[in-house]
Design a protein around this ligand. Structure first.
Ligand code: UDP
Length: 255
């Protein structure tokens, strides 16, 4: 593990200073939290799996031309990424009804939306990340109109791409949450980059045949088997070496 200075201690990741002032290191922890950290557990190996899955998905998203903060994976738990000023808005893209929208609007879990639905939440743990609309974002200057349009477009493109990618490995992409940040170049101009992570901690993934959940709902709903499900997602993505077992007591993939 790096000996660098901690810049921020998050729920599932620790952010360390990077080798230069434009980069930071994301360290993926084994902590699982739900209900704004009211529920907390350590799931050995979760951080290693999320680092691998997010590394893979961020690279693929970069490949389709969406700017991301991603630079490279450093080791089993760490990624080098560009340092950005995080925009305090969580973008949730939904294809199928699940989670908070089911309760809020009295929907049936599993209902397919007519078209992808984008929601915005204010990123503020103290307030429980409340649902907001575009007018709040513009009015409180959390993002400009142009930035908002750009993030909206990126969100839908990422959704199209990830839906297809997961479909190819027998998984339905139910919904996901993404965050963006501003990256400042030396001339003071800023560009938007997709930031944070994309992993089963912030996506809902259901098996196409069985509808089994393969994401953090296993923890939220006390269903168990979270590590095995994340491992299965990684296996289907082809990013874990075959015929290797995963040690629950260590944070490394072992033979
Ligand atoms: N999500 C997230 N972080 C949050 C809230 C939601 O990553 O703070 C993800 C969540 O995993 C799901 C999607 O965003 O894939 C939609 O979550 P929802 O609004 O249904 O909230 P939840 O049911 O998780 O409270």
């Amino acid at each position: 593990m790096t000996k660098k200075k901690i810049l921020y201690e998050g729920k599932a990741k620790t952010i360390f200073e990077g080798p230069d002032s434009n980069t930071i290191i994301q360290y993926f922890k084994d902590d699982a939290t739900a209900n704004n950290a009211e529920k907390h557990s350590i799931i050995n190996g979760k951080g290693v799996l999320n680092n691998a899955i997010s590394d893979y998905l961020m690279q693929k998203i970069t490949d389709i031309g969406i700017p991301t903060h991603y630079i490279k994976k450093l080791n089993m738990r760490e990624q080098l990424v560009r340092k950005v000023e995080i925009i305090p808005v969580e973008f949730v893209v939904r294809n199928i009804a699940a989670g908070s929208i089911v309760k809020r609007l009295g929907l049936k879990e599993g209902q397919l939306f007519f078209r992808p639905l984008v929601e915005h939440y204010y990123k503020k743990d103290e307030l429980g990340d409340p649902l907001i609309n575009e007018d709040h974002i513009i009015n409180f200057e959390w993002a400009s109109r142009d930035e908002l349009d750009e993030m909206q477009e990126y969100g839908l493109r990422i959704n199209d791409f990830l839906r297809g990618l997961f479909l190819g490995i027998g998984l339905k992409l139910v919904d996901f949450k993404i965050e963006f940040g501003r990256y400042f170049s030396e001339d003071g101009n800023s560009i938007l980059l997709l930031a944070d992570e994309i992993s089963p901690d912030n996506c809902r993934l259901w098996d196409i045949k069985t509808n089994n959940k393969m994401d953090k709902d296993l923890f939220r709903q006390d269903l168990g088997g979270l590590k095995e499900a994340y491992q299965e997602v990684a296996n289907r993505l082809g990013i874990l070496p075959e015929k290797k077992t995963y040690s629950s007591s260590k944070t490394e993939i072992v033979k």
